[in-house]
Design a binder for this molecule. Structure first.
Ligand SMILES: [Zn+2]
Ligand SMILES: [Zn+2]
Ligand SMILES: [Zn+2]
Length: 324
């Protein structure tokens, strides 16, 4: 399963699949370590030409048009992204480069609402009850028999939307997943599921389809949650390529011209927002440019090299200003 790449193809964050020895005796890098630029430089200096790495957690190409997506696979948290070539929507963490996929918010209008006739429902419940008694010992999470409407989108193996949204009803839900009723089998590896909860609350999840069971003529669809979905409009993601974490701060450029008295204080368009970790890194690795007043080189913000310093503004404060 591992891949062999040249040192120049290897990227920071790639995980070493095979330990590297110097002249076959001294251990240089142990397998399982995440490579850094320094490690790659060290290997180059020692004349090493290639490394074996674990498969990258990245979706390379759009399945529909072949455009390079470089989208990090959903893991823990995911957002919808549209392919720049064809507009197909994928769920994933942020892309590794800004040009490969664009943020896409979803407005889901279910094309149809599926519910069962009274007879189908009675038959479903009878078989379902029986199955409950059989499976109860194996379950990790307590289940609650709750009837909730849920809009469900089929996803393919690359987390691309591969069908129309339908509205289904839950049979039960738990911490780890949900069981839905359907009039037919749900023949897709993954699903996006959007619950509308009381008091205008919402829950959006990615789930793996773990069960399709004929239940007295209707179907029981078992879903196991894999990631929480955040829409871009909820909280903007961190602007650092490949990060995908929720932004905690807006970046602003601040500069006071001591001669003219002109004050610049404006949003940093080159890097609009940062997560907490990247804000800390931005400060830690900031370098003051020699022979230049109020000019700082940051690893993430002020990419156009304008005069001034970066100041951070918590997004929680901003939201109060922008949401009516
Ligand atoms: Zn595409
Ligand atoms: Zn702000
Ligand atoms: Zn970040």
């Amino acid at each position: 399963m591992c891949t062999t790449v040249t040192i120049s193809e290897a990227a920071p964050g790639d995980v070493l699949a095979e330990s590297i020895y110097d002249a076959e005796t001294t251990l240089l890098l142990r397998e399982g370590v995440a490579l850094t630029n320094q490690m790659l430089d060290m290997l180059l200096t020692r004349g090493r030409e290639w490394v074996r790495i674990e498969p990258r957690d990245v979706l390379d190409d759009c399945a529909s048009c072949g455009t390079q997506l470089a989208l990090r696979k959903p893991n823990g948290v995911a957002r919808p992204w549209a392919c720049n070539g064809c507009g197909k929507v994928y769920f994933g963490k942020a892309p590794e480069s800004a040009s490969s996929a664009v943020p896409a918010d979803l407005t889901l209008e279910p094309v149809k609402k599926l519910d069962l006739t009274a007879e189908e429902e009675a038959a479903f419940n009878e078989v379902w009850e029986k199955n409950q008694r059989v499976g109860v010992e194996q379950r990790k999470h307590e289940r609650h028999a709750v009837k909730l409407p849920a809009t469900v989108l089929p996803l393919d193996g690359k987390f691309m939307i591969s069908g129309e949204p339908v509205e289904l009803t839950t049979q039960d839900i738990s911490q780890g997943g949900a069981c839905l009723r359907h009039t037919e089998a749900f023949d897709h590896p993954y699903a996006y599921i959007h619950f509308k909860l009381p008091a205008n609350r919402e829950l959006r999840m990615l789930a793996k389809v773990v069960r399709n069971r004929d239940c007295g003529g209707a179907w029981e669809i078992g879903l196991k949650y894999t990631s929480r979905v955040i829409e871009h409009s909820d909280h903007p993601p961190c602007s650092v390529a490949g990060c995908g974490a929720t932004a905690a701060y807006h970046a602003h450029l601040y500069y006071l011209d001591s001669e003219s008295g002109d004050l610049t204080f404006e949003p940093d368009d080159s890097c609009p927002q940062l997560c907490h970790e990247h804000m800390l890194e931005n400060e830690r690795l900031a370098i003051e440019r020699p022979n230049s007043i109020a000019s700082v080189r940051y690893p993430h913000t002020n990419r156009n090299g304008r005069k001034g310093v970066t100041v951070y503004h918590p997004v929680t404060r901003c939201e109060k200003l922008t949401t009516a």
